[in-house]
Write a protein that binds this ligand. Structure first.
Ligand code: NCD
Length: 322
């Protein structure tokens, strides 16, 4: 049974290990499909609406590419300033309008809980593409898929191989852990498998206390650090994030922490040879461009995985796979 058929995708809390394995299995098939023939008719006739109240490059275009490669089509609203939102229309009214035209809605919005609000009025599936500083579940799925691919290769997986790979894996989440929704979602998924979580951030940008408590109650192994050097030599995955300028009330605070951690060739020289370096992008100054040529830099492969994972999610939400 495919539990995602007709469902909203609002939070990673909806995913248990069995469901994750289903998503990754379908994503692997999507990778084969894209690399062999490019497109399929699986979602022919389906229309996806992309509603983005915040800037996006990868999330909006990979969802669009995902539905197009599966034979469906997309109504893109990537700049709400040209829509009736500027006339004062509520999120709820906009959502009810768009679901009259499409079969599922991808929503990015600056407010925490916006996707849940949309889902409360929607009769068709809503996929959360980021709700302010809340969650970014589809990003976390592609991040976890990337870790597995980087560590295990592209062969078919199973819950046992996933567990073996992630249990005790030392993952450092670095940067803006307070506002960064990708790390909020990813930490939850990694905790399901007993990964060792190392939170590296300035005091001001610490992982939110309620989330740390939530994961501690589930028995997660979590440690906090101020300095990257405390973990760099013995880390398996370094997941670097942008300091979320748009979420700061005081620009001076932003200026103080914006370049707290910069990964450059010197950093990479001190990191283990088996490291996987990730970033959800966009990057500002967090990773020097000279690092891009390092085989441990996985962020461009991570983006590509976004396509396969979102194809899998759409196929499952539309009840055509899984
Ligand atoms: C992230 C986001 O929007 O949360 N981007 C993304 O979707 N890949 C990260 C960010 O904006 O820094």
């Amino acid at each position: 049974m495919n539990r995602l058929a007709g469902a909203h995708v609002l939070s990673v809390k909806q995913f248990d290990r069995a469901l994750l394995e289903d998503v990754f299995g379908v994503a692997r098939s999507m990778r084969v499909l894209v690399r062999s023939v490019g497109t399929a008719d699986l979602l022919k006739g389906k229309v996806l609406t992309n509603l983005f109240y915040e800037p996006s490059t990868r999330t909006s275009s990979s969802f669009a590419a995902a539905i197009l490669r599966l034979g469906g089509s997309v109504v893109p609203i990537n700049d709400v300033h040209y829509s009736s939102v500027t006339k004062g229309e509520t999120l709820e009214d906009t959502v009810r309008t768009l679901e009259a035209y499409g079969d599922a809605l991808v929503l990015r919005h600056p407010e925490l809980g916006a996707a849940a609000r949309a889902a409360a009025v929607a009769t068709k599936p809503v996929l959360n593409a980021g709700d302010g500083p809340g969650e970014h579940p589809t990003q976390a799925l592609l991040d976890l898929f990337t870790i597995l691919t980087e560590k295990l290769g592209v062969s078919p997986g199973s819950d046992t191989s996933t567990q073996r790979c992630l249990s005790g894996l030392r993952v450092a989440l670095v940067g803006d852990l307070r506002h960064g929704r990708t790390v909020h979602s990813l930490a939850r998924l990694l905790a399901l498998y007993g990964a060792e979580l190392h939170y590296v951030s300035p005091e001001l940008l610490r992982m939110p206390e309620p989330l740390v408590r939530e994961l501690a109650a589930e028995g997660a192994r979590q440690e906090e650090h101020r300095e990257l050097s405390e973990v760099l030599g013995a880390v398996d995955v370094l997941y670097v994030t942008r300091v979320q300028k748009e979420r700061f009330a005081d620009p001076d605070d932003y200026a103080r922490v914006k370049d707290a951690y910069v990964i450059d060739e010197t950093t990479m020289a001190a990191a283990p040879p088996g490291l996987t370096l990730m970033h959800p992008f966009p990057r500002v100054n967090e990773i020097d461009r000279a690092v891009d040529a390092d085989p441990r830099a996985a962020y461009f492969r991570q983006m590509e995985n976004g396509l396969y994972v979102r194809m899998a999610l759409l196929a499952m939400v539309f009840g055509r796979a899984g």
